[in-house]
Design a protein around this ligand. Structure first.
Ligand code: G3P
Ligand code: MG
Length: 234
């Protein structure tokens, strides 16, 4: 079972910062998950469009210029990263799940990925692009059919993972609160990888291992790796 560091090693470091990403790599995460919005056509790494929870700013990201946003403290003196900085940092070290939050993120993402492939030699097959906004995923598939998609859901649909097949997704990324064995079995029968968020508790880790999910998003990658390696009776 792969361990995907949720917003980096966000249990111990400020979420979605370069520090949290570096530390997730140090902790041996198989992958990193980050959230992105677009501001002035550039992709920035942050979970909420309101600034107050994770930075010393207030209001919405959309009220500020990129230069102003880059001056904020995102915790422990960290800045809000640009997606480009994350691509430079991760390049080849592990795989990366980019979760699209803003609905204007597709065009900037495609342009940035072209640039990363050309200038960094970034292997686009080490990316999974996910979103709860399935229209964005459909647009990406239309434009770049080779990119891997992660179809996010926070529900247990009547037809299980059919929506992810319809999107020609690589994975279905589902909520630990709703996932059950029937859903996982359906997704796997469709050839989809199953990644579950956000999983830090020992009982959830053992249950998901029993379902044979492919990976979990964890805020504590090192600890979750240890828990995942344990046998139920240990
Ligand atoms: O991508 C998995 C998970 O991050 C989705 O929910 O709200 O933490 O971005 P959220
Ligand atoms: Mg996310």
């Amino acid at each position: 079972m792969q361990i995907i560091a949720h917003r980096g090693a966000s249990g111990d470091y400020p979420e979605n910062t370069l520090l949290a990403i570096e530390q997730a790599i140090v902790q041996g995460a198989d992958a990193i998950e980050i959230d992105v919005f677009a501001v002035q056509g550039e992709l920035i790494v942050i979970h909420d469009h309101h600034l107050a929870r994770t930075t010393n700013g207030t209001g919405s990201i959309y009220q500020y210029s990129l230069v102003e946003l880059m001056q904020l403290d995102a915790g422990r003196g960290q800045r809000i990263p640009m997606l480009w900085q994350v691509l430079e940092l991760i390049n080849g070290k592990c795989w990366l799940n980019i979760e699209l939050k803003g609905d204007d993120t597709v065009a900037p993402l495609l342009a940035l990925l072209d640039k990363a492939e050309q200038q960094l030699g970034f292997d686009l097959q080490t990316l999974v692009i996910s979103s709860f906004n399935h229209h964005l995923l459909a647009a990406i598939k239309q434009a770049r059919s080779q990119l891997k998609l992660g179809a996010l859901t926070a529900s247990l649909p009547l037809d299980y993972a059919a929506f992810a097949s319809q999107l020609q997704a690589y994975s279905v990324n589902c909520d630990v609160s709703f996932v059950n064995k029937a859903f996982v079995d359906d997704a796997k029968a469709r050839g989809l990888k199953v990644f579950v968020y956000t999983v830090d508790q020992p009982d959830d880790i053992q249950r998901l291992k029993a379902y044979r999910v492919d990976g979990i998003f964890s805020n504590f990658p090192a600890r979750s790796r240890t828990l995942a390696n344990k046998k139920p009776a240990d």
